[in-house]
Design a protein around this ligand. Structure first.
Ligand SMILES: *Cc1c(COP(=O)(O)O)cnc(C)c1O
Length: 430
């Protein structure tokens, strides 16, 4: 049921009772042309500070921004200073909430800025952080090397296993806690191992202290915001490296954090004082990217399916990790069906010939570029063991199946036959 009636036109998400999809709102939602000389597109508000209409208005904005009093029902937080808010960021944040159906969003200078700010907002010395493993390299370093110096203990549990297999380890590891934050990354990188969001959230809440349930965060970079919506599986916070699919053109570093209004207010306060918010130009670029997000991600999934099928049948390829190829009798198949709306566009596989074979393959690619990062319009390939996962201890890499012959591909929007032609000649060269 729409309660749009009272909203200004640019904040309406319905036509009568008909609800508009996020992709239809990405070009206009949250932006009022009347406030910008009728410009169809939002200008870049390249300004550090904003002029108050009166001293009284300035005072009121500060009272709200600093939480000195409750915001009145008809009151809005006016623009103050671009470390706190800026139109390009506010419009972008409004649009980002639509995909995950979140109440609020905050954008950051990088994915790491989003993750570190969100963790610092909820963790204090003596607290316990439970996290899935493997994690993105930067997150892993933060959790295992930096947070412990602030007295925060991290407890890992392995991705790729049903919750019943990991429950005992989690209970033992957390002990008396207090468990304050759960950080899940699913599917994991580069193996596409899944974590059961709902199962983990339910378990974590049952072992959190009474009246103080842990905040459950999900790094949704690999499948979101289209193909996985963690909040509908019990997550409180969704995190993104917007550098990847959301930005989608390998030309901007950014991050985002989404969730309920109350949780996001805490994250925003931390962002204000750490100063990790994005700048207006980043906001503008991401708004531009969001207009084509669905088209890009849809084309990428389609291409990835062709690539995965091709690789699976190739005699020089040994094991293809792709969600779309998960067997129905796999212990995580039920989680896949319940949690993921599509298999995404990240594939990892083993090439014959160990590291030498993998390197020869990577060095022979012509269309697909040899680079880390993912989720962009162009296809990218890299060698996890020597690159993105180089500082993961060898024993852990072994456990996760990240060997010397593994290659990871992020499939782009090129014509799939061109991608396959490149893979074919590069595999022939190994
Ligand atoms: C890239 C990435 C990050 C870090 O994001 P940056 O934008 O590079 O800071 C975090 N998590 C995942 C899953 C990533 O792929």
């Amino acid at each position: 049921m729409s309660d749009d009636a009272k909203l200004p036109r640019y904040k309406k998400s319905h036509i009568g009772e008909h609800r508009l999809r996020p992709e239809s709102l990405m070009m206009s939602y949250g932006y009022d042309p009347a406030l910008s000389e009728g410009a169809l597109k939002s200008p870049i508000f390249q300004t550090s500070t904003f002029v108050f209409e009166s001293a009284e208005a300035g005072k009121a904005y500060f009272e709200i921004a600093l939480g000195l009093r409750e915001q009145g029902p008809t009151e809005h937080l006016g623009l103050i200073y671009s470390r706190l808010n800026n139109p390009d960021l506010e419009i972008l944040e409004d649009r980002l909430t639509l995909w995950d159906e979140a109440e609020a969003a905050a954008v950051f200078e990088s994915g790491m800025a989003a993750i570190s700010t969100a963790l610092l907002a909820f963790l204090r010395p003596g607290d316990v952080l439970l996290h899935s493993e493997p994690l993105y390299g930067g997150t892993d370093y933060l959790v295992n090397h930096i947070l412990p110096e602030f007295g925060i203990r991290s407890v890992p549990f392995p991705a790729g296993r049903p919750i019943s297999d990991v429950e005992e380890g989690i209970r033992e590891g957390v002990g008396d806690g207090p468990l304050k934050v759960v950080l899940i990354e699913t599917p994991s990188n580069p193996t596409n191992a899944l974590v059961d969001i709902e199962g983990t959230a339910t378990l974590a809440r049952s072992i959190g202290r009474d009246g103080e349930p842990p905040i459950v965060m999900v790094d949704n970079t690999f499948l979101g915001p289209l193909w996985q919506h963690p909040m509908s599986h019990g997550a409180d916070v969704v995190l993104y490296s917007a550098t990847k699919f959301i930005g989608g053109h390998s030309d901007v570093i950014a991050g985002a954090c989404l969730g309920g209004s109350e949780v996001l207010a805490t994250v925003r306060t931390m962002r204000t004082f750490i100063g990790s918010g994005a700048d207006p130009w980043t906001g503008w670029l991401l708004m531009r990217s969001l207009e084509t997000l669905k088209m890009r991600m849809t084309a990428q999934v389609k291409n990835a399916r062709y690539v995965a099928d091709y690789l699976q049948d190739h005699t020089k390829v040994r094991r293809v990790n792709y969600l779309g190829l998960m067997a129905e009798d796999h212990p995580m198949f039920g989680v896949y069906r319940a949690q993921c709306l599509a298999p995404g566009s990240l594939i990892s596989f083993d090439v014959e010939g160990g590291e030498e074979g993998a390197f020869r393959f990577l060095n022979s690619l012509q269309l697909v570029k040899l680079a880390v990062s993912l989720g962009s319009t162009e296809s990218l390939a890299e060698h996890p063991a020597a690159m993105t996962h180089a500082d993961v201890p060898p024993a852990e890499r072994e456990r996760e199946g990240i060997g010397p012959s593994m290659v990871r591909i992020s499939v782009g929007v090129e014509h799939y036959e061109d991608i396959l032609a490149d893979l074919e000649q590069a595999l022939a060269a190994t």
